[in-house]
Design a protein. Structure first.
Length: 256
């Protein structure tokens, strides 16, 4: 909760920003708009004033001012997180200014070392990597990701056959093979090839777990429903679904 001193500082900066900033660090800025800087959660420790400002050259940014009575060791990290959230929310560069009214240690951290400063991320485009890059791996997990690769001139049915064969060849047990084949099916939805994968897997001696809460969207559940209906069950969809799932389960139970 803001205390009396917080309110005083907020009032000062809201009503006399230009004069105060010129005296504190020599800058001449103009306040354009006072924004809501409140963030929930772990940021309650800081009392904020967020202002859209413009410098003498006409450049706009957000000035985030925080008044603190004491220094905290993790302040630079927490202000950095707050800064990033404000940038995302407001689409403007943010400058954070922490004003200490009380005594502070002789040395305080106000910046992060270069290696800890976020400047962007590394992009890896899975669909730009060639299929062989995955098929040549001896890890079935890597092979499974081949469904997201660049197939080149190979048709999807051949790609799926190669991936399934390599998953089975590199798996150490039938259980591991089942796990990766189920992952293959789930990943195939991302590239709209789940129908192809289902077609290739439907006659294999495998059994897959179906999430009851997500069963309406599970392709094997849907296939079971279709089979149940095709069996000529006319006494209700639910009975057809149950019969269909029974057929799928019996068909896919692993031999032995």
């Amino acid at each position: 909760m803001p205390n009396e001193y917080d309110r005083i500082f907020k009032d000062l900066f809201e009503n006399h920003l230009s004069a105060i900033m010129e005296r504190l660090d020599g800058r001449r800025i103009k306040a354009l708009e006072y924004l809501n800087g409140d963030l929930v959660g772990s940021f309650e420790w800081i009392v904020d004033l967020l202002i859209r400002v413009q410098d003498e050259e006409g450049h706009q940014k957000l000035l985030h001012i925080a008044q603190q009575s004491s220094y905290q060791a993790d302040m630079v990290e927490r202000v950095g997180i707050y800064n990033a959230i404000l940038q995302k929310r407001n689409k403007l560069p943010v400058e954070s200014l922490v004003i200490f009214a009380g005594k502070t240690p002789a040395e305080i951290r106000t910046t992060l070392p270069p290696e800890r400063i976020y400047t962007g991320f590394t992009s890896i485009q899975l669909q730009e990597l060639p299929l062989d890059n995955y098929l040549q791996s001896d890890s079935p997990a890597v092979v499974t990701m081949g469904i997201l690769s660049d197939f080149g001139d190979t048709i999807p049915e051949q790609v799926v056959n190669k991936i399934i064969a390599q998953i089975k060849a590199t798996s150490q047990s039938p259980q591991e093979s089942r796990q990766h084949l189920q992952r293959l099916l789930k990943l195939s939805r991302m590239v709209k090839l789940d129908d192809v994968v289902i077609e290739e897997l439907k006659d294999m001696p495998l059994i897959f777990e179906i999430d009851q809460e997500q069963k309406e969207r599970d392709p094997f559940y849907q296939m079971g429903m279709k089979q149940g209906i095709e069996q000529g069950i006319e006494q209700g969809i639910e009975q057809g679904i149950e019969q269909g799932m029974l057929l799928i389960t019996l068909q896919m139970v692993e031999a032995g």
